[in-house]
Ligand binder design. Structure first.
Ligand code: ATR
Length: 279
């Protein structure tokens, strides 16, 4: 007798636009690898209808969802409870629909750090880290970086007050004496790890970072990814840094979400390799 396969548990990613999302492909690979019956789709939510789209998906039996641009702040309000890292990030990229309600999490920062430490093999502990930008993407990275105990975490931003507010927020969360903020013109010294969390790459712009920030052997990481290296990665490579785009972070944040939903952390290496081979 052949067993009838259980219907797949449903997940999706909400965004606007959403057509180019790689998340369905990544989660399909995780499902195949772990043997979990998971169906994961893209959903275009109307700009003024995110909450309604989430509740409609729950009514259809959805078990969880990822959230991307421009809904990560609205997802905080849709969630009925937040994890510590989602609270610290002030943004939600993962929703879990449980018997206790809608839980909001943020796996972006953990994904970033996993990519740096596990995939690139670069430790954060004891290193000098420079974070460029102080918007949503940067905010999600601060707590996961601090958890790895860098020697120094400098947040540089065009609007210095935003960077100062961000550094101040984390001084109370284990960042005292480690986190500081400044403008690009005030950047001094060298860093082992330089992370571009600004939106500059979207417009093919370079944050005005001095070329002297890259210590010998530094790793430069851009949270963006595309067919060509971003202008920031090209600049970093010209000044001696090893460069890394945001594709690894994308796969790792997805793996963290899968782990939250399914209780198993997939092996990310073959999935990242297959995405790289497609380009
Ligand atoms: P995200 O959610 O992607 O972080 P955001 O919250 O709007 O988006 O934040 C954008 C970040 O990119 C900010 O730190 C912004 O700097 P300001 O706070 O000074 O605006 C930064 N940014 C955007 N374009 C930039 C550019 N061309 N050069 C440097 N920083 C830039």
């Amino acid at each position: 007798m052949t067993a009838i396969p259980a219907p797949a548990d449903r997940y999706c990613v909400f965004g606007n636009p959403i057509a180019h999302s790689k998340s369905p492909e990544i989660h399909a690979a995780f499902a195949a690898q772990t043997g979990h019956a998971v169906a994961y789709e893209k959903r275009l939510a109307p700009l003024d209808g995110f909450a309604a789209a989430v509740h409609a998906f729950i009514a259809e039996g959805g078990r969880g969802a990822n959230v991307t641009v421009p809904f990560k702040l609205e997802a905080v309000k849709v969630a009925q409870a937040l994890t510590v890292r989602a609270q610290a990030a002030g943004a939600v990229n993962t929703l879990h629909f449980t018997d206790d309600g809608i839980i909001g999490d943020n796996t972006d920062g953990a994904g970033l750090v996993a990519d740096i430490v596990n995939n690139a093999g670069v430790p954060v502990a004891g290193r000098r880290v420079l974070l460029l930008g102080a918007g949503g993407a940067a905010r999600g990275a601060v707590l996961p970086l601090l958890e790895h105990r860098p020697a120094q975490l400098v947040i540089a931003n065009r609007t210095v007050a935003t960077a100062q507010a961000l550094a101040g927020q984390f001084a109370a969360l284990g960042g005292a004496g480690v986190v500081s903020a400044c403008g690009y013109a005030d950047l001094a010294g060298e860093f082992d790890l330089v992370i571009n969390a600004t939106a500059a790459s979207l417009g093919a712009e370079l944050p005005p970072v001095p070329a002297t920030v890259f210590a010998p052997g530094a790793l430069a990481l851009d949270m963006m990814y595309g067919k060509e290296p971003t202008v920031f990665l090209q600049f970093a490579a010209r000044h001696g840094a090893t460069v890394r785009d945001g594709l690894g972070m994308l796969v790792e944040q997805a793996a963290e979400a899968f782990a939250l939903w399914r209780g198993i952390h997939p092996d990310t290496a073959p999935v990242l390799q297959s995405l790289r081979e497609q380009r």
